[in-house]
Design a protein around this ligand. Structure first.
Ligand code: ADP
Ligand code: MG
Length: 140
């Protein structure tokens, strides 16, 4: 199996409820290593660009508004099959469909305020990591 990196974001609903540590414990407990991390408040431009792939979707405007409603924690997670592993630890987009024991099942407030973002492919992970981090900020 290959060691991969994936981009994770702890979303504003989770930072607001002081869940950064609890969510990080889920990542570390699953074997994912946090090799870069920064707390920041996204601008409209940054959030809009990050979610550009969704710009034709009906929820895009609300999503950008939500993602700029408070601080986020952007992170790079590293481990065996990190992209898929993180998606498993996160759970389904809609918490109503998320499996028991996943972050979204346990913490998400709604399909929008669902506590975490995770890259959905190795190619997107590379682009999303480069969007937020330079090479020397990632310490494996
Ligand atoms: P995921 O985050 O699981 O990869 P998507 O990439 O499909 O899900 O969507 C990006 C984000 O947009 C979701 O995490 C969620 O915050 C929001 N979102 C997705 N679908 C909806 C929806 N039907 N209504 C409101 N917000 C949504
Ligand atoms: Mg997605």
């Amino acid at each position: 199996m290959a060691v991969e990196r994936t981009l994770s974001i702890i979303k504003p609903d989770a930072t607001r409820r002081n869940l950064t540590g609890a969510i990080n414990a889920r990542f570390e407990g699953s074997g994912l290593r946090i090799v870069a991390q920064r707390r920041m408040w996204l601008t409209d431009t940054q959030a809009g660009k990050f979610y550009e792939v969704h710009k034709e979707r009906p929820f895009y405007k609300d999503l950008v508004k939500f993602m700029t409603s408070g601080p986020v924690v952007v992170q790079v997670l590293e481990g065996e099959n990190a992209v898929l592993k993180n998606r498993e630890v996160m759970g389904a987009t809609n918490p109503a469909n998320a499996a028991e024991g996943t972050i979204r099942k346990d913490f998400a407030e709604s399909i929008e305020a669902n506590s975490v973002h995770g890259s959905d492919s190795a190619e997107n992970a590379a682009n999303e990591i480069a969007f937020f981090f330079s090479g020397c900020e990632i310490v494996g």
